[in-house]
Design a protein around this ligand. Structure first.
Ligand code: NAP
Length: 262
């Protein structure tokens, strides 16, 4: 028996075994959750099915979050298997590659701004809107954000603005859905080498810097994120909503440490 036994949770954002969403799904399964997954299109179907199988799930559905019809169809199909469920992990972000390098002001475009905000922020509330009627009392929604929402980080550029919007989304959604006994939270994760992260220029150098500055003197693992994600979606966290929890080894509270002085 784990603290998620009896909970049914939909996981988005599994691209491969290095995805943060897969680390979260593994932690949730360890705690007894039943899981369902989405994949963006047929190109990713096989891989997601294989990873879902490893976590004892046969439920995988196509969904492209840029399309309302695709989101509606997802929940129509899910309803046939789970008429109601207990939570959603939103682990989705996208910006065109040319937006994630160089001088922010010169690089950002109206189109790049719109796509990035649409996929990385609006999609969270779009999914919540579409499945609200299927969410049981004590359900929890969770998204993934990054420190670039509040600090200017080189090359993160317009994604930082989208993450700021996503964090505001967490607060507004928490306020709107709280009376329905649904909680909404975010995890601000330290950098992890994933497919999405590989699009950010100089990401590897950033990881090296993290190891030096971070109070715990190492980078974050998928398990580091998965365990608190499972907690936030469980009844153990019944009093927590509208919160951004930092899972970054303390990077965001540090300015300087002994190693940087050597
Ligand atoms: P990832 O493995 O590449 O996951 C990103 C996921 O977003 C992929 O599964 C991708 O699906 C999905 N996605 C993109 N556009 C989509 C669309 N239109 N419809 C449906 N799904 C779509 O990378 P990740 O690092 O784990 O990212 C997960 C979340 O964590 C993101 O919100 C990211 O910003 C956040 N985060 C990451 C880090 C880090 O350092 N890695 C740090 C803090 C926060 P496809 O593969 O099918 O395109």
């Amino acid at each position: 028996m784990g603290f998620l036994t009896g909970k049914h949770i939909l996981i988005t954002g599994v691209a491969n075994k290095f995805s943060i969403a897969y680390g979260i799904a593994q932690a949730m399964r360890r705690q007894g959750a039943e899981l369902a997954f989405i994949y963006q299109n047929n190109q990713f179907k096989g891989r997601v099915e294989e990873l879902a199988n490893k976590l004892d799930s046969k439920l995988t559905f196509p969904c492209d979050v840029t399309k309302d019809a695709s989101i509606t169809e997802l929940f129509k199909k899910l309803k046939e298997k789970w008429p109601v469920f207990d939570g959603l992990v939103h682990s989705i972000a996208f910006a065109p590659r040319d937006q994630l390098c160089g001088d922010y002001v010169n690089t950002v475009t109206r189109e790049g701004f719109a796509i990035t905000h649409d996929i990385s922020s609006y999609s969270f509330v779009a999914m919540a809107k579409a499945c609200r009627h299927m969410l049981k009392k004590k359900s929890a929604l969770l998204t993934l954000t990054y420190l670039g929402a509040e600090r200017a980080i080189p090359n993160y550029n317009v994604m930082g603005l989208a993450k700021a919007s996503l964090e505001a989304n967490v607060r507004y959604m928490a306020n709107a859905m709280g009376p329905q006994d649904i909680r909404v939270n975010g995890i601000s994760a330290g950098p992890i080498r994933t497919l999405a992260a590989s699009g950010i220029k100089n990401f590897r150098k950033m990881l090296n810097y993290y190891e030096v500055i971070t109070p715990i003197c190492r980078t974050i693992t998928l398990e580091d994120i998965g365990n608190p994600a499972a907690f936030l979606c469980s009844d153990l966290a019944a009093g927590i909503t509208g919160e951004i929890l930092y899972v970054d080894g303390g990077f965001s509270i540090a300015a300087i440490n002994e190693l940087t002085l050597e």
